[in-house]
Design a protein around this ligand. Structure first.
Ligand code: ADP
Length: 218
């Protein structure tokens, strides 16, 4: 199963990827996560990516494509993968098509996750990540008191939550603008290839998961 999840920041790509991993036992490949890890480790690549990420702009294609090429070469992608946050512009989509054509493993489905602009901003404002285990929660749906009792699998203590530095209001506005200008054209790109399915990605996480599974079946 070779899938791309396409959607604006805050549309739930990461959350739904986690559920697909459990359901289909294929890895999630998130360029955002790969880039954040590179930044955290202070690698040369991370240093180059840091400024664009903090400003809400796209990181240079050559950096992202290098990461993807390397990641898709790993053996756990043999039975498929979920791409989350990649591709993000037409040049990346074309490069991906070429990479996958070379190994005769073309994409099978692209699911567009639709969420209203106001809901996206609300979700991003409430988003927090556990410093230790990386779990992403939303304070809107999981208020702090409900999380107090949950144990972090890494520390056995309560989760230590932080807000991503690019989830501030100014950077979010730029990320949404970049999505409209550069990523939205991918909808037509994949529609023309006959790969596109669209789902309503608002509402309960489990309800959206059910819609997503339906879209993947259909
Ligand atoms: P979100 O989907 O919430 O915007 P991500 O974690 O996918 O968050 O991405 C965070 C940032 O990482 C982006 O704003 C961008 O700077 C960078 N990034 C992630 N994926 C890509 C990509 N495919 N191409 C270029 N930059 C990317």
């Amino acid at each position: 199963m070779r899938i791309v999840l396409l959607g604006a920041p805050g549309s739930g790509k990461g959350t739904q990827s986690q559920r697909l991993i459990e359901r289909f036992h294929i890895p999630q490949i998130s360029t955002g996560d790969l880039l954040r890890a590179a930044v955290a480790h202070g690698t040369p690549l991370g240093l180059q990516a840091k400024e664009a990420m903090a400003a809400g702009r796209l990181v240079a294609d050559e950096i992202v494509l290098g990461m993807i090429r390397e990641r898709l070469g790993e053996p756990d992608t043999r039975d498929g993968f979920i791409l989350d946050g990649f591709p993000r512009n037409i040049a990346q989509a074309r490069a991906l098509d070429e990479m996958l054509a070379q190994v005769d493993q073309p994409l099978e489905t692209v699911v567009q996750m639709n969420v209203d602009y106001s809901e996206l901003s609300r979700r991003i404002a409430g988003r927090r990540t556990c410093t230790d285990c990386g779990k992403v929660v939303n304070l809107l749906t999981s208020p702090p008191e409900t999380l107090e009792h949950e144990r972090c699998p890494k520390t056995g203590q309560s989760h230590r939550l932080y807000q991503r530095p690019d989830d501030n209001e100014a950077t979010v506005a730029e990320r949404l603008r970049v999505y409209e200008a550069q990523t939205r054209p991918l909808i037509d790109y994949y529609r023309d290839q006959g790969l596109l399915r669209s789902i309503d990605a608002e509402g309960d996480v489990a309800v959206v998961s059910a819609r997503l599974e339906q879209a993947l079946k259909g």
